[in-house]
Design a protein around this ligand. Structure first.
Ligand SMILES: [Zn+2]
Length: 616
């Protein structure tokens, strides 16, 4: 058993571990590869825009995240082609369908990138080019393997010209058109071949050599070799489906509706979840995950122990159907909490409209479980996860509830993930995330940012000001963007772009978005008027950070548009992460250098390299 997963970068331990195993395989299977070619892989993945060839790494993982094989694909957006640099199994095990599954995944990726096809080199199966019968046999097996997918060598060119006279086994350039009927244009092929030779062999081949090979592509269209090993049995068609790592792990609270405050005007109601769910599931991007149970210790790492115990006990003691509203706030004498549990509510609460009832604790605890489950999905390799929960959490402070919130699910997830690296939390609810700020304001390992209505006119009124920037070690690690009562989508995006640039500078390993949809037009708790298209653009901008991202649901109360806005947000988020590069104008060094590396070409020393790519 294995699963194929794309590795985007080395931000999380699971990915660092996979990359290290890939590097081990490379060193073992290709001992003559230059050291930098192997050690550069994390940098190539992390900074795809620095290189003309953008690297895409797939691993086939078995149990305990053991890497059984990998494929390193390169995408060249300006020429719209992919180049398969390596495909290899770990030495301890070959076969088992790993090579075929990896290659199929590569083809799907190339198709989704709208590439004209996949190019790669393969050692020749022609006895005029390769004398050693053992190597010849291996080469024939490889070419047979690829031919089954419709990939065949380009013929009638001098690509197979040895760089030095007498070099053995110069490779073919193989082309896979991904099962489509269109043929390869000669002029495009020339530009592609030039790019391949310059990038991969720039320091081995002379400019004259490159000119000669490029000029030898004269057929229009470029011709592929006739089928040699298969007769009409090619399985060349590719289905373009979102692969596992491109799906959004979705964790929906299954008990949220037990928390139902029936008072008129209590807008935080159970129908919110269904409204969102119905719309987002129609996108086909989401994959439901089962909720895992986590111990209360995770909550107590973020919230005051006495506060957690209080919530639990008071909820146990409220009569079914009753609600306890805080009405005494003993702020002048914190040392004397009222004895009576219902009266004590104000000792732990910031407002008068967030009631305690029989089920509040359970619903809030379940929301925390959902956020932690979604966080764990990120740590397991999903790039996006969404905890669709209520009650919300971002107003819950270390020792206080309020604003419809009891436990700060996102903060608890952030604490959980902070043991794996730096976390950035962006709060895009209409209201300031005072709870999240309160919890992390002394820390620099969790960056908190919030874009919200100015506290002069918006709840919670006492926090969310620009000059709250964190305290002590956390000074400078909170940024508030309080905005005016009326604003356009464009004005909003100016602050969003600033926030995203701050996150990019922070170099977070993990990103948490606390998603409030109460910034929308007509929301009963907000004053702004963001439209579905604004949510789409905002999502796209946020996705373009391309960080492992956990989204936790917070506010949003206009049922009629809640789902549509959520759907637009997630479509944008997904597109930003997977399709549209860099719309927020971060510096990437795109044009700074075009890497020229010696890849240990078998153009120079074919007999010493076991053959690239290596079919498994
Ligand atoms: Zn809100």
């Amino acid at each position: 058993m294995f699963r194929i997963r794309r590795i985007y970068d080395d931000l999380l331990p699971i990915d660092r571990n996979a990359i290290a195993q890939v590097q081990d395989i490379l060193r073992e299977q290709f001992p003559l590869l230059p050291k930098e070619k192997v050690s550069n892989i994390p940098d190539q993945l992390r900074n795809p825009f620095r290189y003309r060839f953008r690297s895409i790494l797939f691993v086939a993982e078995g149990i305990k995240a053991r890497v059984k094989g990998f494929a390193l694909l390169q995408h060249v957006p300006d020429l719209r082609f992919c180049y398969l640099d390596f495909i290899s199994a770990a030495s301890y095990r070959t076969g088992g369908g790993i090579g075929g599954a990896l290659y199929q995944r590569v083809r799907e990726e190339a198709l989704s990138l709208d590439a004209v096809g996949v190019f790669f080199e393969c050692l020749p199966d022609d006895s005029n080019l390769c004398k050693d019968p053992r190597i010849l046999k291996q080469n024939a097996e490889r070419l047979r393997f690829y031919e089954r997918f419709g990939a065949r060598p380009i013929v009638n060119t001098s690509y197979e010209t040895p760089v030095k006279p007498g070099d053995e086994c110069p490779p073919y350039l193989v082309f896979d058109n991904l099962g489509r009927t269109m043929s390869l244009d000669r002029d495009l092929a020339r530009r592609i071949v030039r790019a391949i030779l310059e990038t991969h062999y720039g320091n081995l081949c002379t400019p004259e050599y490159i000119e000669r090979v490029v000029g030898s592509f004269t057929d229009q269209p470029v011709r592929l070799r006739e089928q040699r090993y298969t007769k009409g049995e090619q399985r060349s068609e590719v289905k373009s489906i979102p692969s596992v790592e491109k799906r959004i792990a979705l964790v929906v609270s299954d008990v949220h509706s037990i928390h139902h405050v029936h008072e008129r005007g209590y807008v935080e109601s159970p129908v919110r979840i269904g409204a969102i769910l119905k719309e987002i599931e129609s996108t086909g991007l989401f994959e439901r995950a089962n909720i895992q149970h986590f111990s209360e210790k995770h909550i107590k790492e973020v919230h005051d122990g006495k506060f957690v115990e209080y919530l639990k006990r008071v909820c146990e003691n409220v009569e079914p159907g009753e609600s306890v509203y805080p009405y005494v706030f003993p702020i002048r004498n914190m040392a004397r909490p009222p004895k009576e549990l219902p009266i004590r509510a104000g000792y732990y609460c910031i407002d008068t409209f967030t009631p305690l009832n029989e089920k509040a604790y359970f619903a809030a605890k379940r929301a925390v479980d959902c956020a932690l489950t979604a966080a764990r999905k990120i740590l397991e390799g999903y790039r996006l996860a969404y905890a669709l929960v209520r009650p919300p959490g971002h107003h819950a402070e270390r020792r206080a509830f309020g604003g419809f919130c009891y436990f700060n699910s996102a903060a608890i997830a952030a604490q959980f993930m902070s043991t794996y690296g730096k976390v950035a939390i962006l709060d895009i609810d209409y209201h300031h995330g005072n709870g999240t700020y309160d919890i992390f304001r002394h820390r620099s390992d969790v960056l908190t940012l919030s874009i919200h209505g100015h506290p002069h006119f918006a709840y919670p009124y006492f926090s969310g000001f620009e000059d709250e920037r964190g305290e002590g070690a956390g000074a400078g690690f909170n940024v508030n963007y309080p905005l005016p009562e009326n604003l356009t989508g464009e004005q909003y995006r100016r602050s969003l772009a600033r926030a995203l640039r701050r996150i990019a500078r922070y170099k977070a390993n993990v990103f948490i978005v606390t998603l409030g949809l109460d910034t929308a037009k007509g929301d009963p708790t907000g004053t702004w008027s963001l439209a579905p298209k604004d949510f789409n653009i905002n999502g796209r901008m946020i996705g373009s950070l391309r960080l492992p991202t956990l989204v936790v649901q917070e506010g949003g109360y206009r049922i009629r548009t809640l789902g549509t806005n959520a759907r637009h947000f997630f479509l944008g988020l997904w597109e930003g992460m997977h399709r549209f590069p860099n719309p927020i104008g971060m510096k990437t060094g795109k044009n700074r250098e075009q890497k020229r590396e010696n890849v240990g070409s078998h153009k120079s020393s074919p007999s010493q390299i076991p053959g690239l790519p290596c079919a498994v």
